[in-house]
Write a protein that binds this ligand. Structure first.
Ligand code: PGA
Length: 256
């Protein structure tokens, strides 16, 4: 049985004061509610200090949005694994489409980052894959995602692969308010599970957590999260609002 996993991707949003206010409001909303499923906030580095106090010892994991594959050195603007480990980071996004699109992140870089996280720490990599609108319109979403998976997960053992969280995020659904819909989300998440099975075996595919991401909100979360191969969500915009993020969590808990 896979534990549902809801992760909030704050992207480049939230000051420390806003992050502290979010934590306070979110924990108040969750107090006395059914134990939550696996939950994480993937925060900008500067806000992490404001979150470790309130979220420390609670069900909320704190994650980062990037990591470099080298231990240290002349990589201006980057962050190393030991820096993330030192402050207790539990999850880390790798290969988000915004990183690929605006910062030239390649599949080779994504693969190195995943291996770094898995072999150097207990931090869970959240690997994002997905096609753009043109590719979807041409009907080649499976080909694109299969190619990303083959490169991004290359050289991993079966055990390592089963620890990666894979987020299917169609680029055209990110931040557009236009989610892929439950059927398309299921179709692609099930395709991803099949691919993982082909690459690493059935046991790894049964274990691997697959999230859907792209305009998940309280009105579409129930249907999307109700799909058999959708084990959770990677939530952008709606994770900035404590009420909305909490409602999405409620739907995931219903599937525990
Ligand atoms: P969105 O972002 O929920 O705002 O569409 C999702 C993501 O980019 O992870």
């Amino acid at each position: 049985m896979r534990t549902p996993f809801i992760a909030g991707n704050w992207k480049m949003n939230m000051t420390c004061a806003q992050a502290a206010a979010f934590a306070d409001e979110f924990l108040k909303i969750r107090a006395g509610r059914a134990p939550a499923c696996r939950t994480a906030i993937l925060a900008p580095y500067t806000t992490i200090g404001a979150l470790t106090g309130p979220f420390g010892g609670t069900f909320v994991e704190i994650g980062a949005q990037n990591v470099h594959w080298e231990d240290h050195g002349a990589y201006t603007g980057e962050i190393s694994l030991s820096m993330l480990v030192e402050i207790g980071i539990q999850d880390c996004i790798v290969g988000h489409s915004e990183r690929r699109q605006y910062f030239g992140e390649t599949d080779d870089a994504v693969n190195r980052k995943i291996k770094k996280l898995l072999r150097g720490s207990g931090i869970t990599p959240i690997l994002c894959v997905g096609e753009n609108l043109e590719q979807r319109e041409a009907g080649c979403q499976e080909e694109i995602v299969a190619r990303e998976l083959a490169s991004d997960l290359s050289d991993l053992s079966e055990e390592e692969a089963s620890k990666v969280v894979i987020a299917y995020e169609p680029i055209w659904a990110i931040g557009t308010g236009k989610s892929a819909g439950a059927d398309a989300a299921e179709e692609m998440c099930s395709f991803i599970r099949e691919k993982v099975s082909g690459m690493f075996g059935k046991a790894a595919a049964e274990k691997v957590i697959i999230q859907y991401g792209g305009s998940v909100n309280p009105s579409n979360a129930e249907e999307i999260l109700g799909q058999p191969d959708v084990d959770g969500a990677l939530v952008g915009g709606a994770s900035l609002d404590a009420e909305k993020f909490s409602s999405i969590l409620d739907f995931a808990c219903g599937t525990c």
